[in-house]
Design a protein around this ligand. Structure first.
Ligand code: NI
Ligand code: MN
Length: 232
């Protein structure tokens, strides 16, 4: 399994069987990401919600790669109307794409399509558990505040190996809430995301790392720069 951080909440995952999964590709308008959007390859694109800083370049990448777009029911209808191949999910539901299992889970956030000339409803915000062919489980929280089911459902039932959690504050959890989320979800590894893209969400990821280490020294915090990869 190989992961490349695309900045903000964007990740590219290369699975053991070489499926290319992209989550929340906010590339071309991301001031903190120098990756040319033309470089992004994808078989699947998973969207956590309809906000511009997550929806991003999804349609351009899907169009160029003939990628399948996975999103909540309402966003998937919108995307199907634009002519894309889509797979709609809703909270608690899963779908298999080849041997990869994708489950949509709750996130405490909103999801309107704020990039349209007239803002339109975009269903519910979500997170994902992506279980790779070898059973490795990745949790991407999307945009969310801290909520109790991170412990009861995500941690206890889905037991991710790796979690990607927002730490930017203002629109999502701050570093302290994300450190509590790390303790509740209890993955082996956690990657902070959704910070330092804009002045409003400036954070020191080392502060998050320190907070996690003081509570749970056994959890490894991986701080990735946009464009940086990690292999597990
Ligand atoms: Ni959002
Ligand atoms: Mn966001």
């Amino acid at each position: 399994m190989k992961i490349r951080y695309l900045g903000h909440s964007g990740f590219e995952i290369l699975t053991p069987e070489h499926l290319k999964i992209v989550i929340d590709p906010f590339i071309s308008n991301n001031p903190a990401c120098q990756i040319p959007v033309e470089d992004i390859q994808a078989d699947l694109i998973c969207l956590t919600h309809g906000h511009a800083d997550h929806f991003g370049d999804a349609m351009e990448i899907a169009d160029r790669n003939n990628a399948l777009l996975i999103a909540n029911h309402e966003l998937s209808i919108f995307l199907a109307q634009q002519g894309f191949e889509t797979l709609g999910l809703n909270i608690g539901g899963s779908a298999m794409v080849q041997e990869v299992k994708i489950t949509m889970l709750d996130a405490q956030h909103s999801s309107d399509m704020d990039f349209l000339d007239e803002v339109a409803p975009g269903g519910s915000a979500a997170g994902y558990i992506i279980q790779l062919e070898n059973g490795y489980r990745i949790y991407h929280a999307g945009d969310t505040g801290l909520f109790g089911d991170m412990r009861e459902i995500i941690g206890k039932i889905y037991q991710p190996d790796l979690a990607m959690l927002p730490i930017g504050d203002r629109y999502t959890m701050d570093p302290k809430a994300a450190a509590i989320a790390s303790q509740w979800i209890y993955p082996q590894k956690v990657i902070p995301m959704h910070y330092n893209t804009f002045p409003l969400i400036e954070q020191d990821p080392k502060h998050f790392q320190d907070l996690v280490q003081s509570r749970n020294p056994e959890i490894e915090v991986l701080i990735l720069k946009p464009g940086q990869s990690y292999e597990d």
